[in-house]
Design a protein around this ligand. Structure first.
Ligand SMILES: [Mg+2]
Length: 338
C-alpha cells in the first residue's frame, strides 16, 4: 500500500495509535481542531521547535526511518532537558514527497513513539502535507519546569566550574564513519555510531541538576562544545577556560582519532550532536553536586574548565600553552560535515 492509497486521513488514523500515553491533564488529543491540556500549577511552560530538512539536516539514504524519527524527537527533548524541565507534549508536522515510501514513514513514527514512550511524552497533533522534492519534518515539544528551577544560558558567574554530563565528540566521529561508509559493522566503532544515531536526551540529568543549589547555567551540546559554550559565555557576559586534558573523551573516540589522525580534544571541541548538558556550578557547591550526580546516575559529572571574568574562551594545553577557542561547531548556514 502507498501513501496515496491510504490518503491523508487514513495515514493520520494509522499513526495516531499509541500517541496518547499519559492521558492525565489531556482534555483533547489528536482528532479535534486543536489539542487541549491543563498546565501544571506553578510551573513555567517550555516550548521548543526544530525544523529538519532533507539534504540540509539529514540524508534519507544514510539513515533508517526509525533512527530519523528517534533523533528528531531526541534533539527536542534535549532542549527541554537543557532548561531543567520535564517534556510533556509533542506536535509533529511532516511534508512528504512522493518518493518517500509508506514503510519509511511508518518507521519514522515507530522511532518517535519508541522515545516518546520512554520519556512519557504524548504526541498530541501536527500536520501532514505533500512536498515537491524533500522530506521536511517539524517538531514542537512542550515541557514545564518549576519557575524557581529553570536553567538558563545567561546566568553563569565568574568562578563557576564547567561540567558536562557525558563524554564529547563521539557523535561527530559516528557521523564521520557513516558519511564515509567506513567499516560500519566493525565492533570497535559501534559505540560511536550508536551515540550518533540514538542520542539519549539528558532529561533526568537536567531535572536533577536544576534542583541542586549552586547550579547556575546550562545548555545542551547540539552544535559542539566550543559553539555551545560560546552561547553561555556571550549570554552571561563572561569568559571561559577549558583544560584540554580534562575534556571527557571515550576510549572509542581515542582509538578513532588514532586511526584517522585527529586530535581528540579538537574533535570533542568542534563535534556537534553530543546532546550532553554543559552546566556551570558555583565552585563552593561543585564537589557536592558532582558527588550527588555520580551517586544518582552511576557515572561521573565531568569537570572540564571554569568560567572567567574576561570575554572570550581559551584552551589550556597539556604543556601549559594557552590558545584561544573559536566557535567551530556545526554552522547551519555553512558546509555539512565531510
Ligand atoms: Mg539547545
Amino acid at each position: 500500500m502507498t501513501l496515496k492509497d491510504l490518503g491523508e486521513f487514513g495515514f493520520i488514523r494509522k499513526i495516531s495509535q499509541g500517541c496518547l500515553i499519559r492521558p492525565q491533564q489531556v482534555v483533547r488529543a489528536i482528532g479535534d481542531d486543536a489539542a487541549a491540556f491543563e498546565p501544571l500549577p506553578g510551573e513555567l511552560t517550555l516550548v521548543t521547535t526544530d525544523l529538519l530538512v532533507e539534504r540540509v539536516h539529514f540524508l534519507r539514504q544514510a539513515t533508517t526511518g526509525f533512527d530519523l524519527g528517534y533523533k528528531c524527537l531526541a534533539v527536542n527533548l534535549s532542549d527541554i532537558a537543557a532548561m531543567g524541565g520535564t517534556a510533556r507534549e509533542a506536535f509533529i508536522s511532516i511534508a512528504i514527497p512522493d518518493s518517500c515510501e509508506l514503510d519509511y514513514l511508518e518507521e519514522i513514527y515507530r522511532g518517535i513513539k519508541h522515545l516518546a514512550a520512554k520519556y512519557q511524552v504524548n504526541i498530541l497533533g501536527g500536520d501532514t502535507t505533500g512536498s515537491k522534492a524533500d522530506l521536511v519534518i517539524n517538531f514542537a515539544v512542550i515541557g514545564s519546569v518549576p519557575a524557581a528551577e529553570i536553567l538558563r544560558r545567561d546566568t553563569a558567574r565568574p568562578g563557576d566550574l564547567i561540567f558536562s554530563t557525558g563524554q564529547l565528540g563521539d557523535s561527530r566521529a559516528g557521523l564521520h564513519l557513516i558519511l564515509n561508509q567506513v567499516a560500519l559493522d566493525a565492533p570497535e566503532w559501534q559505540l560511536l555510531i550508536q551515540v550518533h544515531s540514538h542520542p539519549e536526551p539528558q532529561l533526568a540529568e537536567g531535572r536533577f541538576l536544576a534542583q541542586q543549589p549552586g547550579v547556575h547555567a546550562a545548555i545542551d551540546v547540539s552544535d559542539g562544545l566550543s559553539s555551545d559554550l560560546a552561547h553561555i559565555v556571550s549570554e552571561s557576559g563572561v569568559g571561559a577556560r577549558l583544560d584540554a586534558g580534562k575534556i571527557p573523551v571515550s576510549e572509542s573516540l581515542k582509538r578513532f582519532c588514532e586511526c584517522f589522525k585527529f586530535d581528540p580534544a579538537e574533535f570533542a571541541l568542534a563535534g556537534g550532536e553530543d546532546y550532553t548538558l554543559l552546566v556551570t556550578v558555583a565552585a563552593e557547591q561543585a564537589d557536592d553536586v558532582a558527588r550527588q550526580f555520580s551517586a544518582r546516575f552511576q557515572r561521573p559529572l565531568y569537570l572540564l574548565g571554569e568560567i572567567t571574568t574576561t570575554g572570550g574562551m581559551e584552551l589550556v594545553r597539556p604543556d601549559g600553552r594557552t590558545t584561544p577557542i573559536t566557535p567551530s561547531g556545526w554552522n547551519h548556514f555553512g558546509a555539512a560535515d565531510g
